[in-house]
Design a protein around this ligand. Structure first.
Ligand code: TEU
Length: 552
C-alpha cells in the first residue's frame, strides 16, 4: 500500500507543457520527452489534464468521447508509450476524469437531442417555468445554468459552460457507463485518477430557486454523493490499491472532505479544497480586485489541517493548478525577492500534512502573464466575464486589471524550458502567448544550485527522508505577528518547527518559550544561507524567510 505522506504528484497541463509536433499545442509525445525532467523532481505520479476527444470549449473539460484521444494531443499508441516510459522511471500516470458532465458533442447528448428517451435520462432535462428556466441558478462560467432546447421544449442543466451538460447520476445506467470508462483507462495502464468537480454529481431531488441564483448549497455534496462514489470505487479503482485517487471538491466543507478521504470509507485517497486560495477574494467574489489576507490564509490552513487530522481524512497540498493565477504573483514578490518568496511559499505549503501536488512551472517560479488586451485571453470563463463585468458597470481598464490578477489563463501559459523567446515550448505559434512575466526557465535553473527548481527537489527529498515531515502530526503555533505562518510536525522523538515570513520586511518573532524549546534543534532547511537564529529577543526572520528547525 502506498504511503500517502511520502507521495508527491506533478500536474501537467498537457496543452502548455511541450509541443513535439510544432502545431503550437503541447501533446503526449511532448510529455514523454520531458519524463526525465519530471522524474528528476522526485515525484511519484504525474496528473495529466484532459487529452480526450473534445471540442475544447473548456480546454478538454468538455469530453465528447471517453475512449478516444483528441488528435491534437496524440494517439492511443502515444498514451501507451507514455505509460511504459513513465514506468521505466518509477512514475505513474494519473488521468483527469471529467464525469460530472460531458460535452454536448458527446454521442449520448446528441441522441438525447434527437429525442431518444434512454439518453434524455442520461442528462438533466426539465420543463421550464412559464417560459423561464426551471430554476434561477447561475452557471459557474456566467449566465443561466439551464439551456433551452426548442425541439424538445425542455431545458438541460449545465453547471459549467453551455457546452458541458451535467450527467444524471441518479440513473444507474449512467453510473455503470462511467465505471466502464474508469475501468477502460485502468486497462490502458492509468495509475490513478483526479476526479473533476466530483462533489456536485448528486443533484437535489427537487429543483428550486436559490438566493441570488447561487445554487451551490443545493447541489454541493448532494444527497447521494458518498453512495455514488463508494459504488464507483467498489466497481473500478478500489480494486487496485496502488492507484492514487484525488477528488476535486468545489465549495465543500471539512466534514464532507473527511468522508471523501478517510480510508475506512472507500471513496478517494485525498482531495483538493480551495478555501486557502480564496484569500484574495473581495466579498467572496473572484472577479474583483483583491489583496491577500494572510490572517485568513493561516486560519484556513490551520482549520483544515487540524480538522482533517482529527477526522482521519487526507488533504492535498497545493498552491496552483490550471484554474489558478500564479502563487508567486499572488502572495510573493515579482521583483527582487522573487526567488526568496517562491521558496518560502513552497516551504510553507509542502511541509504540511497531506499530499503535495506541484503544478508545472511553479517549481521554476512562473508568474502571471500580464496580458494587456482581451484578445490575448483564451479561457471561456475569462472571456465570458468580459461582458458580464462590463454590464456590471466596470470599465475595460478595470476588467483587464482584474484579469491580470485573476484569470485562469495566468496559470496556463506555456512552460519555459529554455531562455529563447518561445521558451523551447514549440517551434510553431503557441496557442496562447508566453506572457511578460519572468523568463525563468528549466535549463537555467537546473544549472543554478540556488534556484527555485533545485530548492523544490531538495524539499521533496526532505519529505521522503524524514518521516516526521511526511507523517508527523500537525500542530499550529500561535503567533501574534500577522505576516508569519508557523507550525510544528511531531513524530515520536522528532519535531520539526516551520517558520515562514510572508512579508517583504524583516521581523522579530516573539515566540513564547520557543527560544528554550528550540534548544537542541538546528536549522535543517530554509531559503537563506544564513538562517534565522533564535536570540534573546526572539527569532529574527529576513524578508520572505522560511526556516525549518529540527532535532533530526
Ligand atoms: O474546475 C472546477 C471548479 O471548481 C471551477 O469552478 C474553478 O473553481 C474555476 O475554474 C475557478 O474559477 C474544474 C476544472 O479544473 C476546470 O478547469 C474546469 O473548467 C471545470 O472543472 C469544469 O470541468
Amino acid at each position: 500500500m502506498k504511503n500517502l505522506g511520502t507521495t508527491a504528484v506533478y500536474q501537467v497541463y498537457v496543452r502548455s507543457f511541450r509541443d513535439s509536433g510544432g502545431d503550437g499545442f503541447g501533446d503526449l509525445p511532448g510529455v514523454i520527452e520531458k519524463l526525465d525532467y519530471i522524474a528528476s523532481l522526485g515525484v511519484d505520479y504525474v496528473w495529466l489534464t484532459p487529452f480526450l476527444k473534445s471540442p475544447q470549449k473548456d480546454n478538454g473539460y468538455d469530453i465528447a468521447d471517453y475512449r478516444a484521444i483528441e488528435p491534437v494531443f496524440g494517439t492511443m499508441e502515444d498514451f501507451e508509450r507514455l505509460v511504459a516510459e513513465a514506468e521505466k522511471r518509477g512514475l505513474k500516470i494519473m488521468m483527469d476524469m471529467v464525469i460530472n458532465h460531458t460535452s454536448t458533442a458527446h454521442e449520448w447528448f446528441q441522441k438525447a437531442l434527437a429525442g431518444d428517451e434512454k439518453y434524455l435520462n442520461y442528462y438533466i432535462f426539465r420543463k421550464g417555468k412559464n417560459g423561464q428556466p426551471p430554476t434561477n441558478w447561475n452557471s459557474k462560467f456566467g449566465g443561466s445554468a439551464w439551456e433551452y432546447v426548442p425541439g424538445l421544449d425542455l431545458f438541460y442543466l449545465h453547471l459549467y459552460a453551455r457546452e458541458q451538460a451535467d450527467l444524471n447520476w441518479d440513473n444507474p445506467a449512467v453510473r455503470k457507463e462511467l465505471q466502464d470508462v474508469v475501468n477502460f483507462w485502468i486497462g490502458k495502464g492509468a495509475g490513478g485518477f483526479r476526479f473533476d468537480v466530483i462533489n456536485v454529481i448528486s443533484k437535489p431531488a427537487v429543483f428550486e430557486d436559490a438566493p441570488g441564483g447561487d445554487g451551490r448549497h443545493l447541489y454541493t455534496d448532494g444527497p447521494n454523493v458518498h453512495a455514488y462514489i463508494r459504488e464507483l470505487n467498489e466497481n473500478s479503482f478500489g480494486r487496485h490499491p496502488e492507484m492514487l485517487t484525488v477528488a476535486e471538491l468545489s465549495s465543500t466543507n471539512i466534514g464532507n472532505c473527511i468522508q471523501y478521504t478517510r480510508p475506512e470509507n472507500h471513496e478517494f485517497n485525498t482531495a483538493f479544497q480551495f478555501y486557502h486560495l480564496r484569500i484574495d477574494y473581495t466579498n467572496d467574489r473572484k472577479w474583483e480586485p483583491g489583496t491577500p489576507d494572510t490572517d485568513k490564509l493561516r486560519n484556513t490552513l490551520n482549520e483544515w489541517q487540524t480538522g482533517m487530522q482529527r477526522g482521519g481524512g487526507n488533504m492535498s497540498l497545493f498552491w496552483s493548478n490550471h484554474d489558478q493565477p500564479r502563487i508567486v504573483s499572488r502572495l510573493g514578490d515579482e521583483g527582487p525577492l522573487w526567488k526568496e518568496s517562491a521558496k518560502m511559499l513552497a516551504t510553507l505549503m509542502y511541509f504540511l500534512n497531506g499530499v503535495p501536488f506541484i503544478y508545472q512551472g511553479e517549481e521554476i517560479g512562473a508568474m502571471n502573464g500580464g496580458f494587456k488586451s482581451i484578445g490575448q485571453y483564451r479561457d471561456v470563463e475569462t472571456i465570458n466575464h468580459f461582458d458580464i463585468l462590463k454590464n456590471e458597470g466596470k470599465t475595460e481598464e478595470e476588467i483587464l486589471g482584474i484579469f491580470r490578477q485573476k484569470s485562469r489563463d495566468n496559470g496556463r501559459l506555456p512552460m519555459r524550458w529554455d531562455g529563447s523567446d518561445l521558451g523551447g515550448f514549440t517551434r510553431g505559434t503557441p496557442w496562447i502567448g508566453l506572457g511578460q512575466g519572468t523568463k525563468a526557465n528549466v535549463r537555467d535553473e537546473e544549472q543554478d544550485v540556488d534556484s527555485i527548481l533545485v530548492y523544490y527537489k531538495r524539499l521533496l527529498g526532505m519529505r521522503k527522508t524524514y518521516p516526521v515531515l511526511s507523517s508527523g502530526t500537525f500542530e499550529p503555533i500561535a503567533i501574534a505577528e500577522k505576516n508569519v505562518y508557523a507550525y510544528r510536525r511531531c513524530l515520536g522523538a522528532n519535531t520539526a518547527w516551520i517558520f515562514c515570513n510572508l512579508s517583504r520586511d524583516s521581523l522579530v518573532l516573539d515566540i513564547p518559550g520557543a527560544g528554550m524549546e528550540l534548544k537542541g534543534f538546528r536549522a535543517v532547511f530554509g531559503n537563506y544561507a544564513d538562517p534565522a537564529v533564535p536570540g534573546q529577543a526572539g527569532l529574527s526572520l529576513k524578508p520572505y524567510e522560511a526556516v525549518v528547525y529540527g532535532n533530526f
